[in-house]
Design a protein around this ligand. Structure first.
Ligand code: GDP
Ligand code: MG
Ligand code: K
Length: 297
């Protein structure tokens, strides 16, 4: 029986800094990919998951296709390409503020091996004069038989909903792969949770270990350019909260400083970490609570 539910995997490719992470963050409505002006900050394949009542798009932020300089590059390119052969659609993103270069042409060439529809996404249109758009579109139209061409601003949100609607239309009927409230399986978020947990364990000797969970509420760069992370520490009893917080909040401070240093080392960026401690009795026995905390039973 037809459910009418549509779903599929969509890969985003493009040169560094064209706005792939910004786009993903806007689509999932939460900052999950680490953004920066530095190239190559996206080290892992990140999934952003967009779910509506009748559709789900799982976005893959691929590590990137570059003209190979060595064997490793060649291998990476092959891996990226084979990933692209398994998706329902590909978004090739360019920046309206940069002219088409050798890097773009190399990717376009590789895309010719892909059967799935490839969308051309011209990002950062907020930065150009509207008159400049048509010549840019013309320049790219000649290079590849794009399924669709979408000028957008990932930063401001222009034309992003229209793009999502068009993607959903091209997707086949399929299952909902992930729960409604899951926006990513971003490994960095999970690692941040683990680092905070480690610091709690390192700073408390009592009955804490098995009854504490950490949940990263959100992470996003703040006005000062630091990565702002807000996380909840969830314990089962008031007494455990007291142990973690410590006299005058001293222990929580140690935990926070220790975790911040580790996270900064890991992500290579300055971090502002805020921790809250909540008591939620019996969370370990509730399958839903476990899922929300990132543990699968
Ligand atoms: P990625 O390397 O492709 O993932 O690019 P990022 O998402 O990290 O973005 C690189 C830079 O471009 C960041 O400074 C973003 O704020 C900026 N950026 C991304 N999208 C837009 C946009 O639509 N307009 C403008 N003006 N800047 C953008
Ligand atoms: Mg990125
Ligand atoms: K194609």
């Amino acid at each position: 029986m037809s459910t009418g539910f549509k779903s599929g995997f969509v890969a985003i490719v493009g040169r560094p800094n064209v706005g792939k992470s910004t786009f993903l963050n806007r689509v999932v409505g939460q900052k999950v990919a680490i953004m920066s002006d530095k190239a190559q900050t996206t080290r892992n394949k990140i999934q952003g998951i967009y779910t509506t009542d009748d559709s789900q798009i799982v976005f893959l932020d691929t590590p990137g296709i570059h003209k190979p300089q060595n064997k490793l590059d060649e291998y990476m390119d092959k891996a990226a390409l084979s990933a692209l052969k398994e998706v329902e659609a590909v978004l090739f993103m360019v920046s309206a503020t940069e002219t088409r270069g050798a890097g773009d042409n190399y990717i376009i060439d590789q895309l010719k091996q892909i059967e799935a529809p490839v969308y051309l996404i011209i990002n950062k249109i907020d930065e150009i004069d509207p008159n400049q758009l048509l010549p840019i579109m013309d320049m790219y139209r000649k290079a590849y038989p794009w399924a669709e061409v979408f000028p957008i601003s990932a930063l401001r949100g222009n034309n992003v909903d229209e793009l999502l609607q068009s993607l959903v239309k091209t997707l086949p009927e399929g299952p909902q792969y992930y729960p409604d409230d899951q926006v990513t399986d971003h490994p960095e978020r999970f690692i941040v949770q683990e680092i905070i947990r480690e610091q709690i364990l390192a700073n408390t000797r009592q009955e804490i270990p098995h009854s504490v969970a950490v949940y990263v509420e959100w992470m996003r760069p703040n006005e000062t350019g630091k990565l702002q992370i807000e996380a909840s520490i969830i314990v089962e009893r008031n007494g455990q909260k007291g142990i973690i917080v410590g006299k005058g909040g001293q222990r929580l401070k140690y935990i926070s400083v220790g975790a911040r240093r580790e996270i900064e080392k890991l992500l290579g960026t300055k971090v502002n970490l805020k921790l809250w401690v909540h008591v939620q009795s019996g969370w370990r026995d509730k399958p839903n609570a476990l899922n929300n905390l990132g543990y699968s039973a």
